[in-house]
Design a binder for this molecule. Structure first.
Ligand code: SF4
Ligand code: SF4
Length: 158
């Protein structure tokens, strides 16, 4: 397991999103970009690829993505700065929003749904209700190895 994944593996964000499945936190974005850069260079795309393409700018973009700070995870100081759900759950003493009893009284329901549906659309694993976190993470971890793009963290070619 990569150190990045090791760091976020045990973190389920206050909104229910599993940080272990986030490609910014688990290192998959960096790894995919690194490999893509190696392919573009290895195939020498610049010499025979599209002529109207600015390869230097493209290479700078790929390098910039690889320099992005790896997120530390929702419960370790990463995630959205000033996140309403995190602050609210902490103040209420809730494990997370999925185990909060506010129901219709939740003042952040819209934001919460936006975050969760956006995360679902890009393949995050998301806690949907009260659950044994250890078992949930164990199940998600076993899925991650065959899930694009996180599978790049497990194929032994890093
Ligand atoms: S920072 Fe907020 S939106 Fe991000 S994972 Fe944590 S609770 Fe969810
Ligand atoms: S009130 Fe809403 S935002 Fe706050 S902890 Fe409960 S579900 Fe989360």
């Amino acid at each position: 397991m990569t150190p990045e994944l090791e760091n976020v593996k045990g973190q389920i964000g206050y909104c229910g999103i599993w940080c272990g499945s986030c490609i910014v936190g688990n290192g998959a974005l960096r790894e995919v970009t690194r490999r893509y850069e190696a392919l573009v260079e290895g195939y020498d795309l610049e010499s025979w690829g599209a002529g109207d393409f600015d390869y230097a700018a493209f290479a700078r973009g790929l390098a910039a993505i690889q320099r992005l700070e790896v997120c530390r995870g929702c419960r370790e100081g990463g995630g959205r700065e000033g996140c309403e759900m995190r602050e609210c759950a902490k103040a209420r003493g809730a494990v997370d929003c999925t185990e909060c009893d506010a129901g219709a009284e939740c003042g952040h329901a819209e934001m919460l749904e936006r975050m969760r549906s956006g995360a679902r659309a890009v393949g995050f694993s998301i806690k949907s209700g009260p659950a044994d976190q250890e078992k949930l993470i164990e199940a998600w971890m076993s899925e991650l190895g065959s899930k694009w793009p996180c599978c790049v963290l497990f194929d032994g070619h890093r």
